[in-house]
Every structure is written in C-alpha cells, then in structure tokens.
Ligand binder design. Structure first.
Ligand code: ATP
Ligand code: MG
Length: 435
C-alpha cells in the first residue's frame, strides 16, 4: 500500500519532544496564573467573517494565509483560526464575560496560516497568548511586558540570551489618519519603486507597506515618515508611562518607530520580542493594545491589550540557549518472569500505581537480561523485579537504574514496604542527579 504522509508545514510532536513541550506549557501556565490570568479555550474553526473584520481585509493573513472553506453541509464560510485574539473577543462578547469588570485571559493552542514552510514558519503552529480586556491604563501594558520578561526567567533563559523588546506606539485613529496621509504622499511620489502588492495597498492600507518584507523596498521604507512625529500628548503620555514602568523594573527595551505589526486592530502600544539566535524568523512574541476591537466586533466598548508567543520559536530558542533536561517520566519498570507472571505483574503494577508510582510493566515473555535492557531504555528510575522465587516469598527486588557509583545497589523488599522503599530510592537518585 502507498503510505499517506502528513500535510506539508504541519508537524507531528513526537514522544521525544513531548516532555519539553509539556514542561514549557506547565511553566508558562504557572506564570500566567501568577498574574491572575484565567484560561479560555475557543474552537479551532470560526466564521470567516470574524477574522476578516477583526484582523483587517488588507493584511497578509486575510489576503493570503487563511485556510477557509465552505461547510459542505450548510454552506457556511469557515476558517481555521490564524490567530486567537478575534476569537477570544468574540467569546467574551457572546458570553458577556466583561459584565462584572475586566478580565485577564490566556490560551494555548494551534493556529493555521498558509505560508511557505521553513525554519520557524509552519502552516500549523502553536501560540501562547494573553488577552486583558477592560483595562485602559498603561500599567496593564507594562504588566504584560513584565509577565513576558518573567517568563523568560522562569524558562531558564539568562538575561543576555533573552529576546529583545522592541516597542512603538501606533497612537489613536486621528493620529494614524494624519500619518496615513503623509505615507500616501511619500509613497505616491515613489510609486514606480513599489511592488504590485504595495501599489495596491497604497490605495487600501498604506500602513501595511511598512511591514513588507521585500528587500528591494527596504531603503524606500526606511525613509518613510514615522508615526511617532504625529503622536499627540495623550498618546505620548501613555507611551512614557509604559517606558517608565519598564525602566523601574529593569526590563531593557528599544524604541522602534518602524514597528507596525501585521494586523489592523492595534493602537497605542505595540511590541515584539526579537531574538538574533534563530535566523530570519526571530520574532518570538508580538502584541499590543487593541482598544476598539471589542466594539468593532459588536460588543460594548472595552479597551484591551494582548500578545502571542510562538511556541515552536520559543522552544527552538530554548534549544539554543537553555536546553531543557526532562526528568524521567516513569518511576518503575516492572520486570517479571516465571509461571503465570504476566497476570501477577498486571496486579502488582496496579497496586504500585495506587501507591502513587508511575509504572510501566513489561509485556510478553523475555529473558531477565532483555527485560533489564528495556527497563534501562525506558528511562525509569528503578527496575522492580519479580520472579517465581520473589512471588512465593511475597517480595520483589528494587534496582536503581540512574544511580551513581557510590549509591546503594539493589534491595529485596516485602510487597507491603515496596512502594515506600521505591520512593526513597528514587529520591536518593533525584538528589544525586541534581548535585
Ligand atoms: P512574522 O512576522 O514572523 O510572520 P507575525 O507578525 O505574522 O510574524 P503574529 O501574528 O504577531 O506573527 O504572531 C505572534 C507570534 O506567533 C510570532 O511572533 C511568531 O512567534 C509566531 N508565528 C506567527 N506565524 C508563525 C508561523 N507561520 N509559524 C510559526 N510561528 C509563527
Ligand atoms: Mg506573518
């Protein structure tokens, strides 16, 4: 039979990588909790209109990256979510989550964008995200940036290896409109140097020309008028408050007045955390304020701020600068032989699990030597061995598998005391592996 392979740009997470992902997910969840963020899970499929209205019609995502399809059963237009902010906002409005005050929400899950697959860029990828809704104060923007900074620390990334925070302000609508006029005038004068995408965007969404990745236009874009010169007093005060809070907390950052972000819903604070350790795909986290999105989606106006972290890029960065050494996931590998040993081992393994141990039982008959090899390869802390002799005596043998040379060897123990001794022997090995 011909084999079927997975979809290009959509990855399997294999067992050898799973412990790192699990550890990162737990660590990130704990940091979110420590800032009062509550988890939210929304569907992977949403109405196409949600993203068109939320992200903006003239953006890379909506113009060319969405997996959209018609539900064959009822003709609805649906899309695999390319990002999750619009969906979280939808859920908040639909379930009236903001009725008794602001909310801090977080999520993790797969996103889908039809891009050219390459290192750090996939068609199914994962994001951790935070959305804080109902907060107008710059202290909230600052708090989110401190959260991300704390996250790098929690993941074991030394300060010098952390992504660098790039910060900008997109001002308010009238400031953006004034900037837009200046941009149109600037790019119209140089319209012969614009690629076809940008010529079209000159009419529809000139800000988007600024995040074009076409190297031929880099000089032209570098000379374009920046939004910072159009900011009024209120926008400047908001920006200053964020910068001052970062300064007080000792979080380094760079102002970057070229930073515009690829989605339309942002205003005031926008930011990206960028690393130089991953080559071209160096943006690990991006976000900012979206004070008008809730209203635009049909809710009561509520200012908001959020960000998303690309999990694949984050894990690639960890591999470069702070490799995670996962601890064994199994406590005991149960080795057994002799008459009817399979049935007895099944029962014994259940007993040990009831005592709180993680047990893998050898399946099928094999020599002691071959079972011990399997026990070692399983990564378990201990082998628990039971043959006919031990079974008759009501005992088993516990043998440490990760012990250093100066540690006790194997011990025979009555069943009733086995779980207690196993825990002690695991703890000894744990201490030693830490030392
Ligand atoms: P880029 O400029 O790299 O295309 P983006 O601005 O489109 O990124 P966002 O929409 O801000 O990305 O998403 C937030 C984060 O999600 C990014 O900073 C990145 O870490 C991650 N990300 C985005 N697209 C992909 C992808 N196709 N594959 C893997 N990670 C991605
Ligand atoms: Mg993109």
């Amino acid at each position: 039979m011909e084999k079927i392979v997975g979809v290009k740009g959509m990855n399997d997470l294999l067992p050898q990588q799973a412990p790192v992902w699990e550890w990162v997910e737990q660590t990130v969840a704990e940091v979110f909790r420590s800032y009062g963020y509550q988890a939210i899970r929304t569907p992977i499929v949403e109405p196409t209109a949600l993203f068109v209205r939320g992200i903006g019609e003239v953006t890379d995502i909506v113009e060319k990256e969405m997996y959209s399809f018609t539900d064959a059963l009822n003709g609805e237009r649906l899309t695999l979510r390319p990002e999750n902010t619009a969906a979280v906002v939808r859920a908040c409005i639909e379930h009236n989550l903001l009725y008794d005050g602001p909310r801090r929400l977080w999520y993790v899950g797969p996103m889908f964008r039809h891009e050219r697959p390459q290192k750090g860029r996939y068609r199914q990828f994962h994001q951790f995200g935070a959305e804080a809704l109902g907060f107008a104060q710059p202290s909230l923007d600052a708090e989110q940036l401190l959260l991300v900074w704390r996250l790098w620390a929690a993941l074991g990334i030394a300060p010098a290896d952390r992504p660098v925070l790039h910060l900008n302000s997109l001002g308010d609508l009238s400031e953006r409109l004034a900037h837009r006029e200046a941009l149109v005038a600037y790019f119209t004068k140089a319209s012969d140097r614009l690629d076809t995408d940008s010529q079209r965007r000159l009419q529809t969404n000139p800000l988007r020309i600024l995040d074009s990745k076409n190297p031929d236009m880099a000089d032209l874009i570098a000379g374009a008028p920046t939004l910072s010169s159009f900011l009024g007093a209120a926008s400047k005060a908001h920006q200053d408050a964020v910068c001052e809070a970062l300064g007080r907390a000792g979080v380094p950052f760079q102002m970057n007045d070229r930073l515009v972000r690829g989605l339309d819903y942002y205003n005031l604070t926008v930011f990206e955390w960028v690393t130089d350790r991953l080559g071209a795909q160096g943006t690990v986290c991006g976000g900012g304020r979206y004070d008008t999105l809730v209203e635009q989606m049909g809710g009561k106006p509520a200012p908001a701020c959020g960000f998303a972290i690309g999990v694949e890029r984050l894990i690639a960065l960890l591999e470069e600068v702070a490799p995670v050494q996962p601890k064994p996931a199994t406590d005991l590998y149960l080795v057994h032989f002799g008459d009817q040993s399979e049935a007895a081992a099944l029962q014994l393994a259940e007993h040990l699990r009831s005592e709180g141990l993680r047990v893998v039982m050898h399946s099928g008959a094999a020599s002691l030597k071959s079972q011990m090899k399997k026990a070692d390869a399983s990564g378990a802390w201990l082998a628990a061995i039971q043959g006919d002799e031990e079974r008759q005596a009501g005992t088993m043998v516990l043998k440490p598998l990760r012990a250093g040379p100066d540690q006790a060897g194997q011990q025979s123990v009555p069943l009733a005391e086995a779980a207690g001794l196993a825990k002690k022997m695991i703890e000894q090995q744990r201490m030693q592996s830490r030392a």
